[in-house]
Ligand binder design. Structure first.
Ligand code: 5RP
Length: 226
């Protein structure tokens, strides 16, 4: 039987919003899975839930505002209570690849400020080893050629992400290089190497940032926890 991944996303979103309660600051991720969570949160807010939200992208912010979810400026707060976000791949130790939607930099900043990062996922996102999904790396345009060559030194094959025949620009005005490193055997080592390249402003390896992944497989809800 073919899996209904949209239904799995919706169920995961419904499950995640059960963790929300009044007077919390909530991080809102970006992507097609989070879309369902934002819709759920809007319903809860309509029914009286008191929260303030920190969006991880302009797109999420627009959606949240259109649904009348109260927004708070990230630069007026010190911590975020709970963030709900998606992922492109995750392993059972809760290491993630993110950035398929291009919001990795703000997503990682929000995750770093968050006490409980909850990732929601359909069953296609679970992997034994990261790396089938190309790792998004955000670079300042000025450095893109240099970063490319440094990535090759790390045995990665990357391409600048294009959309409608132009380089995709992140909300911060940067490029994304999607890089095939093969299976990533040592995520912390790769993360460290990438962070050390001048011109790289962020990458999609999320290590020790998620506390929980709620994955739905058909109708089963599976919670992976630290
Ligand atoms: C955006 C992300 C998304 O969480 C990730 O790409 C998953 O997206 P989707 O829920 O659409 O599969 O990291 O930068």
């Amino acid at each position: 039987m073919k899996k209904d991944l949209e239904k799995e996303k919706q169920l995961a979103a419904k499950e995640a919003v059960k963790y929300l309660s009044d007077n919390k600051i909530i991080g809102l991720g970006t992507g097609s899975t989070i879309y369902y969570a934002i819709k759920e949160i809007a319903e809860l807010v309509k029914n009286g839930l008191q929260i303030q939200a920190v969006p991880t992208s302009d797109k999420t912010e627009e959606l949240a505002i259109s649904l009348e979810i109260p927004i708070i400026d990230i630069n007026t707060i010190d911590t975020i209570d709970i963030t709900i976000d998606g992922a492109d791949e995750f392993t059972k130790d809760l290491t993630l690849i993110k950035g398929g939607g291009g919001a990795l930099l703000r997503e990682k900043i929000v995750a770093s400020m968050t006490k409980e990062e909850i990732i929601i996922a359909d069953s296609s996102k679970y992997v034994e080893k990261l790396g089938k999904f190309k790792l998004p790396i955000e670079v300042i345009p000025f450095a893109s050629k240099y970063v490319h060559s440094k990535i090759r030194d790390l045995q990665g094959e990357g391409n600048i992400r294009f959309i409608q025949n132009r380089p995709f620009l992140t909300d911060e005005g940067n490029y994304i290089i999607d890089v095939d490193f093969g299976f990533i055997t040592n995520p912390p080592e790769l993360s460290h190497a990438l962070t050390g390249i001048e011109g790289v402003v962020g990458h999609g390896l999320f290590i020790d940032l998620a506390q929980k992944v709620i994955m739905v497989n058909n109708d089963d809800i599976i919670v992976f926890e630290k």
